[in-house]
Design a protein around this ligand. Sequence first.
Ligand code: MLT
Length: 325
Amino acid sequence: MTILKTLAAAALIGSSALAGTTAAQAQDYPTRQITMIVPFAAGGPTDVVARLVGEQMSKTLGQPIIIENVVGAGGTTGATRASRATNDGYTIIMGHMGTHAASLALYPKLAYDPRTDFEPIALINGAPIVILGKKDLPPKDLKEFVDYVKKNESSVNQAHAGVGAVSYITCGLLNGVIGINPVGVPFQGTGPAMNALVGGQVDYMCDQITNVVGQVKAGTIKAYAVATPERNASLPDVPTTTEAGLPGYQTTAWNALFAPKGTPPAILTKLNAAAAKALDDEKVIARMKDLGNDIPKADQRTPAVLGNLVKEEVDKWKKFLKPVG
Ligand code: MLT
């Protein structure tokens, strides 16, 4: 047999074996630990939700789910890493409205397209945004806050988790509604950003309620308003932006699970079922409620719903955001 025929034969066996292995893999999946990339620092809202849901998914799937915090560039470093991972179901990512929608409008050379370079697994939570100030920021309410940051635009600073992060885009919206362009102070996540706010090193921030409830209850920061039509049961004394005089500012973030493009459908089905089951777990429901999060209803947890949401959100954020740099 000529060398070419041998190589061709080997390639054929290899590919059929690979295909066969993929089918067998899907059937037995998972047979080893799964990595869940969190594209922000530990302790922030995406990390908290990832660990909460990942713990329950691990029980269902029968294998450990290891959280890997891959930080930088507003979450796009971790999302790029996930988009390039082997599509065998052993690397997934907890992305969100920033990494898997808004970033496409901000980064002209983004290394991935959230609509085509990922397989949607499931929407995980809705996290209303809260307008926060450091404890000794002078304004006592949102009206005074708006006046204050307008008057002190050149000296106030606003914390965020990098260009494209939820805290970056949602405070970008707020700054646009108010008509200011303050100094931004980037962090590797709103976990560390919150530490700076509590420490008084930054003046204000727009963050997912997940990260806020404990600090507000402890009195370490000020919460001026929650950007939803109704008050949030986890922070009943925090007014809505409408009540507080800024009805034009309404925004809620979402976190969701994705796998790299080409992950076998049978594996995606198992991951989706484990995620959906985690959202019905009493402990998860109770914790999400305590943290002010909304859990999607059962019919909102399908890959198709998430895929459509990503497309809608990419189109929505393109209207508000211009490429940076
Ligand atoms: C985080 O987990 O640190 C946040 O999701 C970052 C952000 O997007 O603001």
